[in-house]
Ligand binder design. Structure first.
Ligand code: FRU
Length: 518
């Protein structure tokens, strides 16, 4: 990988020195109309991206930093790419914020606004934005900081980095939050090979001391990465809160390869105590698809907003570097609202698409109260087709064994988003969804548990040029999957198997592009 990147850079440098303007001509110019380019998901104009990093809100802007290789379309030279948005929907690309420096890559981490200027990097009137990330070298990872006093536009690496070094080869992905009851910073950071996270505290973001360790717990069949810690009300009750500790697993996730699990419990400023499981190895899954990883929540959202929001990397380490897109690789999920809900299994995390996405709704079609006889029923004659759509559909399962939707259909291609009545599972089946020869681990069906509610199932879908995200029964079960259909595959159908079902109602919107709309 490294040699590929070095050779790539070398060829570019030689071209630049010999042919004026070669950089422009040597590479494909991004248009955001490339066949598999997400139209309403964030993707870098070109080159490689993985985890979201340093999600932070400040002064009217949502910042999205991300793991980025500025020099190539595969992983390498990890740096923090950067974009901002004022509405969580449209993104403006900014220059790399934290570059690889002196052979030390900038791995994943978080960002905070230091309102009290505890770090001394700014002033109380102009508080610094501080990024806390892992400095990675072969055989050594430690936590570093960088800061900005100009709304994230330019960044200075701290002179005395690293700020936390325990002499480990694998020690990464610091997630920092302000713990208001004790007016201190708390960091949760992963010991990937130990299946543990550690909690540190600091008064100034520069000196850190160990408070406690959590793990092993839940799923431990892969390494633990990218922890995220946040507090949420249960069923919207501000007097009944829990802490959620999300930890990513690679491989060994529910759908195979990399994915996220979470623990619900208590955090007293020092120790996280899990309260959601009878057995220590029980795991709760964030998403039942294959393409949602390394999610972290936005820091510093205005209190008046009251929401907790996150995005995850829409890819999977099993095939991340082989997905058929050019001249960029990877996308982030749509931003999602996080909440805790009491369920028959206990308190569980639910996710909803952010309401800001309504701004993209274009042509609208509605079907209500329609029977779905056994078979597949195309909806093109009713104007329902598309590459980029939002669908809200409620089904009564009736006598069917399986009922739902087929999207991105055309030729032999189809992606199924449906309910398996006997198994009580919602699923996405991308076995025939389009290009999949790039990895044997790609094609397949991904199921998530979903109890029927009065014989009904509600599916909320976001279909883009190369992805589908499903929020079932108000975010109870979420499935995120990339798909790579032909551009012409745009049909939508209702279908039922094993019996007849009924569509209670369905709203379909074609969605506008966030890149070319303005
Ligand atoms: C997760 C991850 C992180 C690491 C980063 C490197 O996808 O492996 O643990 O910081 O990617 O790019």
């Amino acid at each position: 990988m490294t040699s590929y990147s070095r050779r790539h850079v070398f060829v570019l440098v030689v071209l630049l020195m010999t042919v004026p303007g070669a950089l422009v001509h040597a590479q494909h110019t991004p248009t955001y109309t490339e066949p598999q380019r997400p139209q309403f998901h964030f993707s870098p104009a070109m080159n490689w991206m993985n985890d979201p990093n340093g999600l932070v809100y400040y002064d009217g802007e949502y910042h999205l930093f991300y793991q980025h290789n500025p020099y190539g379309i595969q992983w390498g030279h990890m740096s923090w790419g950067h974009a901002v948005s004022t509405d969580l929907v449209h993104w403006t690309h900014l220059p790399v914020a934290v570059p690889e420096t002196d052979g030390i890559m900038a791995f994943s981490g978080s960002a905070v606004v230091d309102h009290n200027n505890t770090s001394g990097f700014g002033t109380v009137d102009n508080p610094p934005m501080v990024a806390i990330y892992t400095g990675h070298q072969a055989g050594h990872q430690a936590q570093h900081i960088a800061y900005s006093t100009d709304r994230g536009r330019t960044w200075t690496l701290y002179d005395d980095n690293p700020v936390l070094d325990i002499d480990r080869a694998n020690f990464r992905d610091p997630n920092v939050l302000w713990y208001a009851p004790e007016e201190k910073w708390v960091m949760v950071v992963a010991l990937p090979n130990d299946h543990k996270v550690q909690f540190y505290e600091s008064s100034n973001l520069k000196e850190w001391s160990l408070m406690s360790t959590f793990g092993p717990a839940g799923a431990t069949s892969g390494i633990w990465e990218c922890p995220d810690l946040f507090q949420l009300p249960v069923d919207g009750n501000p007097n009944d809160t829990r802490w959620v500790l999300q930890v990513d697993l690679n491989p060994g996730s529910i759908a195979g390869g990399s994915g996220g699990q979470y623990f619900v419990g208590a955090f007293d400023g020092t120790t996280f105590t899990r309260t959601d499981a009878a057995e220590p190895d029980e795991a709760n899954w964030v998403d039942y698809g294959k393409d949602f990883y390394a999610a972290i929540d936005w820091a510093n959202l205005p209190d008046a907003d009251g929401r907790h929001l996150w995005v995850g990397w829409m890819n999977n380490w099993q095939y991340a570097q082989d997905i058929p897109t050019y001249p960029w690789r990877s996308a982030q999920s749509i931003p999602r609202t996080l909440a805790l809900r009491s369920t028959g299994d206990g308190v569980r995390l639910v996710q909803h698409p952010v309401r800001e996405l309504h701004a993209l709704r274009d042509i609208h079609n509605r079907i209500a109260d329609r029977s779905i006889p056994e078979g597949t029923h195309l909806l093109g004659s009713e104007g329902i087709t598309g590459r980029s759509m939002e669908i809200v559909a409620e089904f009564e399962v009736g006598t069917a064994d399986e009922v739902g939707l087929k999207v991105r259909m055309g030729g032999t291609e189809e992606t199924l988003v449906a309910y398996d009545v006997r198994a009580e599972e919602v699923f996405v089946d991308r076995s025939r969804s389009g290009a999949d020869a790039f990895s044997a681990a790609f094609a397949g069906r991904h199921d998530g548990p979903l109890p029927l509610e009065n014989g009904r199932v509600k599916l909320h879908l976001f279909v883009d040029w190369s992805s589908v995200e499903v929020f079932a029964n108000e975010g109870h079960t979420v499935i995120t999957d990339r798909i790579f259909p032909a551009p012409e595959s745009q049909d939508v159908a209702l279908y039922a198997e094993g019996g007849a079902a009924r569509l209670v109602a369905m709203d379909v919107w074609n969605l506008r592009s966030i890149w070319r709309q303005r």
